[in-house]
Write a protein that binds this ligand. Structure first.
Ligand code: DC
Length: 237
């Protein structure tokens, strides 16, 4: 954490779905005035593009070719980031259940991950970057200044999901929700390509008993601590 860096600082946020990492990455980036990389959106965009071209998401070579030439733009000038594919606003389209399923298929191809690597690294610009996604601290930015693994118990995550669904007028069985989350956690941890696990030097934050504000404050204090370490190291050089 206290290495000497000349490149723009990077903070990586990794965590299972329902841990709040999307919301907190956004809040952290806003607070620090940093850029934001939502790497999951890139996999979703590949899925959407492949689907539009009628390509089988399991055809690794064809999907990788699409990933390598993807024409995307992230416009962060408004309140929420607007995502464009070939000029079209696809912010909502990439969040559908079908695209979520396809994204997890295309994300399992090593050639697709390789094709997106440099594109993700290009997000690293001054004054800094908050990078959200499972391989951010291990593969894409192994030299990140602060690596955070955000987690919460399966029950707490199920509770949050339940509330979201309830607001949308959907009724689901709580026990089933917990069982689904536990099954997904196991699949995510055990998958061969970029499994969901904390980097060796990650700080683990368990948000089960914390509010969003408390988690944000904890993250900011780690970032400030790392900046202090870094300044001290530079002075002693
Ligand atoms: O975080 P998300 O649900 O938007 O991610 C979409 C899919 O992409 C999901 O299956 C996880 C995968 N993903 C990945 O493999 N590596 C990343 N860095 C980010 C997301």
């Amino acid at each position: 954490m206290s290495k000497y860096h000349t490149a723009a600082p990077v903070i990586t946020i990794v965590g299972p779905s329902g841990s709040g990492k999307g919301t907190l990455s956004q809040l952290l980036a806003q607070n620090l005035n940093y850029h934001l990389l939502d790497s999951g959106a890139l996999y979703r965009l590949v899925a959407l593009s492949v689907s539009g071209k009628g390509i089988d998401p399991r055809a690794q070579d064809k999907v990788a070719a699409v990933a390598a030439t993807l024409d995307v733009q992230f416009d962060a000038s408004g309140d929420a980031t607007c995502v464009r594919l070939e000029g079209q606003d696809v912010t909502t389209a990439i969040r559908s259940e079908e695209i979520s399923r396809m994204a997890s298929v295309v994300a399992a191809h090593p050639l697709v991950r390789e094709a997106l690597l440099q594109r993700q690294r290009d997000f690293r610009r001054a004054p800094g970057l908050v990078a959200d996604g499972r391989d951010m601290g291990t593969v894409v930015f192994p030299d990140a200044q602060v690596k955070i693994f955000l987690t919460a118990s399966a029950e707490a995550r199920a509770q949050r999901r339940y509330k979201q669904l309830e607001q949308r007028g959907e009724r689901v069985d709580m026990a089933q929700l917990v069982a689904d989350i536990q099954a997904r956690d196991q699949r995510d941890r055990e998958r061969a390509v970029s499994p969901l696990k904390p980097a060796e030097d990650a700080i683990i934050l368990d948000s089960t008993e914390m509010s969003i504000g408390q988690v944000l404050a904890a993250m900011l204090s780690h970032v400030t601590g790392s900046e202090r370490d870094s300044a001290a190291t530079n002075r002693s050089k």
